[in-house]
Ligand binder design. Structure first.
Ligand code: GLN
Length: 190
């Protein structure tokens, strides 16, 4: 399996390690021409969504990436990546990819608890590690979006067809179950 990781900013290296541990090959997406190679899926890492969105535009990667995902390419997004995918950002006027039918609020957990760790259920799996780092909140989702995880009543992971999006960082733990969940989504899409 070949996983392309958007490598403009943020914790893309951790995502590469996360998938390499499962014997996947990874490639970095740094410029528009990198999107022309063959790969099975794409990962949008955490980081700073405003910076990533700006770079995607400046590097002319936004539209080609949007097209690939619209055409069914499996995508896994964490944190800032989820903000890039949302079709409504409640506290920001600039939309980026806008393909996930969810509204998100940036930095929703406040300053004091802006980073924390918990473990919870995710799509029927129990005790899955979840690190929240200045995390956004998914506030509303369209009916076709499946909610996979919640933390204290707040939505933290969703799936919409080929899109898997989380507000936390699974790649910061050694638990491989979310990566395996995504690999299964990729196999089913083939
Ligand atoms: N707060 C960041 C943003 O708004 C997201 C943080 C993260 O990706 N860990 O983009």
């Amino acid at each position: 399996m070949k996983i392309a990781v958007l490598a403009l900013q943020g914790d893309f290296a951790e995502h590469e390690t996360f998938f390499r541990r499962l014997n996947c090959q990874t490639v970095q997406l740094r410029q528009a021409s990198d999107l022309q190679q063959e790969f099975d899926a794409v990962v949008l890492p955490g980081g700073e969504s405003t910076v990533q969105g700006k770079l995607l535009r400046e590097l002319a990667m936004l539209e080609p990436l949007k097209k690939l995902i619209s055409n069914g390419l499996p995508v896994m997004a964490t944190c800032a990546g989820t903000i890039l995918l949302a079709n409504q950002i409640l506290d920001d006027d600039t939309l980026h990819l806008g393909l996930l039918k969810c509204s998100v609020r940036r930095n929703a957990y406040g300053r004091q608890i802006s980073s924390f760790y918990t473990a919870g259920s995710f799509g029927g799996m129990n005790n899955v590690p979840m690190s929240f780092i200045r995390a956004p909140q998914i506030e509303f989702c369209a009916p076709e979006v499946e909610v996979l995880a919640e933390y204290q009543g707040r939505i933290t992971a969703v799936r919409q067809k080929n899109i898997l999006a989380m507000t936390f960082h699974p790649e910061l733990s050694s638990d491989a179950r979310i990566a395996e969940f995504f690999l299964k989504m990729i196999s089913e899409a083939k």
